[in-house]
Ligand binder design. Sequence first.
Ligand SMILES: C[C@H](OP(=O)(O)OC[C@@H](O)[C@@H](O)[C@@H](O)Cn1c2nc(=O)[nH]c(=O)c-2cc2ccc(O)cc21)C(=O)N[C@@H](CCC(=O)N[C@@H](CCC(=O)O)C(=O)O)C(=O)O
Length: 144
Amino acid sequence: MELTGEYVPGTWDMSVKQVETYEASGGTKGTTIMGKPVVVVTMRGAKSGKIRKTPLMRVEHGGSYAIVASVGGRPSNPDWYHNIVADPEVMLQDGPDRRAYTARLATGDERRVWWDRAVEAFPMYADYQRKVTREIPVFVLDPA
Ligand SMILES: C[C@H](OP(=O)(O)OC[C@@H](O)[C@@H](O)[C@@H](O)Cn1c2nc(=O)[nH]c(=O)c-2cc2ccc(O)cc21)C(=O)N[C@@H](CCC(=O)N[C@@H](CCC(=O)O)C(=O)O)C(=O)O
């Protein structure tokens, strides 16, 4: 189910520009960072109700994805974390493919499995986790 409403870009220029390039090229440009694949997740703002779009590392397995609220190892969760908690119905664009997913916070064994997949896809996640005391949240996105 498509998310409708006014898109309001975030405040990190790098992320905003990556979304613009990704979408303007139909998912053929701006699809990597540091040589690793990136997806774009569209969500609803928890406070504003506006449409928000966030580029995140691509972690995929069996048609489901994980998105990792690492924010480069900052001490607090990113704003987008609160959006997903408030409304788990998102769109995820992986290259040219854009589909609806339902997100859930991974815990216990499931988080361990997906965390390992995430670190395999983007090893810096392990460095980020070592830097912070918070347990970096991992959401699993299943096809809606
Ligand atoms: C800077 C802030 O963005 P943020 O949601 O905290 O997200 C910070 C970063 O995680 C975000 O920029 C990511 O795209 C960075 N990032 C990754 N960030 C990650 O956390 N994990 C990744 O795997 C990741 C990969 C990645 C790849 C490429 C790239 O270009 C960036 C990448 C922001 O733009 N805030 C807005 C508000 C955003 C928002 O969603 N507000 C909500 C309210 C949220 C709340 O309730 O607190 C609303 O509209 O209602 C603002 O201050 O105006």
